[in-house]
Design a protein around this ligand. Sequence first.
Ligand code: ZN
Length: 294
Amino acid sequence: MHRIGIDLGGTKIEGVILDENSAEIYRERTPTEAERGYRHILSRIAMLYGRMQARVANAPHTLGIGTPGSISPRTGLLRNSNTVALNGQPFIADLEQFVGRKFVIANDANCFALAEAILGAARGYPTVFGVIMGTGTGGGIVFGGTVHTGRTAIAGEWGHTSIDPQGPLCYCGTRGCVETYLSGSGIENRFFEQTGRRSSAMQIFAAASAHDPAATAVIDAFYAHFGRAMANVINVVDPDIVVLGGGVSNVGGLYDRGVSAVRCCVFADYFDTPIVKNQLGSSSGVIGAALIGC
Ligand SMILES: [Zn+2]
């Protein structure tokens, strides 16, 4: 049976069709047009789904949808999404009406972790912690090929655990969230605080490599925070592998200097957990959405 996956993002909606061997046979992207509001977003998803349905000639298929944020098990309403038009909405019930069928929905970081666990860098590892360090910082946990969602559906959300109660104020209202240190925007904001200058995260990494003192201070702190934040997760979950995704995962230093920083903070006599870069790149979200479908 074909698997259709749709990944809803703030600026684009991406769809993919996988064949029965999980090989990709079709992909399409369309703008979200989030500024036109909640119901417009639903209609954009439904339109994309309609076109993909036609591509499989209406043959039986599964449908999975990845979104920013998650559905509250208590209220059924979507929450914690940076596409704010979705927050507080009965997203599943409304979207079912638009697409005219049942589907499975999952948080985008959980989709990332699942795709890497089944088809990517963590293939064959029983317990996987997947991390996205992009504009924001998210995470997902996969046990034996199944996403662990958790009682309150927040499992893996390490981005909004605080590692410094005196740290920078996060948009979620907490101080010192992992996201304020390890996301691309977090690195840029920390550099701005020190220098009054705006640079991209990649420029700041490059400046640190060239021994710029302010950039070096920010990047030194970045690695220290990465070590502490990652060790906190490893001490609790003890995964067989950690897979990094998002733009910041392209920083090569994470896989040597970053790993050493984690080793310092892990509560064990040795540390050999692989911390690796993703294999599926920016496709992992939409592929994970296809894999969770029903
Ligand atoms: Zn936060």
